[in-house]
Design a protein around this ligand. Structure first.
Ligand code: PMP
Length: 313
C-alpha cells in the first residue's frame, strides 16, 4: 500500500499531498528538532474511530514542552484538525502522523528563532511487523544498541532526533534477519523495542519495565495495562535482565503501529512453547474487540469521525 492521501493539514490549512513540502534549510532536517505522534483510526460499524486521541495529543504537546517548542495551536483546535484529516480523506481506517518541527529562518543549533510548523498526515498502514506477526508472533533480538541514558535524551518525549537510536536498533535487527530489536537501558536492564513497549509473563505474573527504564510511556502500553488489570492480573513494574526474556512463558510488544504483537523468540531462543500464550491472546482479543467496535467502548477510547453534515438541509 502506497503512503498516500489526498489532503495534508499543514499550518492551519489543507494542502494537496504533493504540495506539502519544506525548504532544505528547515532546522528539523538538520538537527532532528521535531516532535511527532503515531495514532490509529480503526474501522467500526459507526465509521472510522480514532483510538485514544486525548492521550496522544497530550503526549505531543508534552513532547513539544520538553523540546521547548512553542505550539501555535491549542489542543482542541489541533484535535479538530486531526479529525478533519480523517474525514476529508475518506478513510475507513488509517495511521495518523502529527508532526511539529522547527522551520526555516536561522540554522544555529539553539533553534528557537525558527517558527514551529505543524502538520497532520494520514495514510493507509496495515500490520507494522508483517501480516502474520499478530497471529504467530515475531522473532526478535536483543540489540547491541542501548536506549538513551536518562541524562542523554528525553525518552518520554517523541523527539525526531532521538529516533536515530530506534533506527540503529531496527536496522541492526533487520540485517540479522529479525523482525525487531529490543534495547537494554544504560544499566543493562530491558527497556523496550525500537518502537514498542514490552510485556513479559513469567509464572502467570505480568512484568513490564517501569518509566525509569528509558521507555516511552506508550498509549498502547497503558491500554494493555488497563485490560490486564480488568482481567485480574497484578502488574509488576520492574527492571529485568535480558535472561528473563529467555525464560519467559510469554512476551508481547505493544505499540500504535505494532498493536499487540506476540514475540515468538528472542536471540533464537523460543519464548514458552513458541506460540502466542493465553495472556497475550486474551489482551489481543479485548484490544481488537474494542478497536473494531465488536465490543462496547467501555473505557471511552474511541472518537468516532462523523461524516460531514450535508449542506443546505
Ligand atoms: N516506544 C517507542 C520508542 C515508540 O516510538 C513507540 C511508538 N510510539 C512506543 C514505545 C509505543 O507507544 P504507543 O503505544 O503510544 O504507540
Amino acid at each position: 500500500m502506497a503512503m498516500r492521501s489526498d489532503w495534508i493539514w499543514m499550518n492551519g490549512e489543507f494542502v494537496a499531498w504533493d504540495d506539502a513540502n519544506v525548504h532544505v534549510t528547515t532546522h528539523a532536517l538538520h538537527y532532528g528538532s521535531s516532535v511527532f505522534e503515531g495514532i490509529r483510526a480503526y474501522a467500526t460499524p459507526e465509521g472510522p474511530a480514532v483510538f485514544r486521541l486525548q492521550p496522544h495529543t497530550r503526549r505531543l504537546f508534552n513532547s513539544a514542552k520538553i523540546a521547548r517548542m512553542e505550539m501555535p495551536y491549542g489542543e482542541e483546535e489541533f484535535n479538530d484538525a486531526l479529525l478533519e484529516v480523517v474525514r476529508r480523506n475518506n478513510f475507513e481506517s488509517c495511521y495518523i502522523r502529527p508532526l511539529a518541527f522547527r522551520g526555516s529562518n536561522v540554522l544555529g543549533l539553539e533553534g528557537r528563532k525558527n517558527p514551529t510548523n505543524v502538520c497532520i498526515i494520514a495514510w493507509d498502514w496495515g500490520k507494522y511487523l508483517g501480516n502474520d506477526a499478530i497471529d504467530n508472533g515475531v522473532d526478535v533480538q536483543v540489540s547491541s544498541w542501548r536506549r538513551l541514558a536518562p541524562d542523554t535524551g528525553a525518552s518520554m518525549a517523541k523527539i525526531g532526533g532521538q529516533y536515530v537510536n530506534s533506527q540503529f536498533i531496527s536496522m541492526e535487527a533487520h540485517d540479522n534477519g529479525f523482525a525487531e530489536g529490543i534495547a537494554l537501558d544504560i544499566n543493562g536492564q530491558v527497556s523496550e523495542g525500537a518502537g514498542e513497549n514490552i510485556f513479559v509473563i513469567v509464572n502467570g505474573e505480568v512484568i513490564t519495565p517501569p518509566s525509569h527504564a528509558s521507555i516511552l510511556l506508550g498509549v498502547t502500553r497503558d491500554s494493555a495495562l488497563t485490560i490486564l488489570k480488568d482481567l485480574g492480573y497484578t502488574i509488576h513494574y520492574e527492571q529485568m535482565s535480558r535472561e528473563m526474556l529467555y525464560i519467559a512463558d510469554e512476551i508481547f510488544f505493544t505499540g500504535t503501529a505494532a498493536e499487540i504483537t506476540p514475540v515468538r523468540s528472542v536471540d533464537r531462543i523460543e519464548v514458552g512453547t513458541g506460540k502466542p500464550g493465553p495472556i497475550t491472546k486474551a489482551v489481543q482479543e479485548e484490544f481488537f474487540a474494542i478497536t473494531s467496535g465488536r465490543k462496547p467502548d467501555k473505557y471511552g477510547w474511541l472518537t468516532v469521525v462523523r461524516k460531514a453534515e450535508p449542506q443546505g438541509k
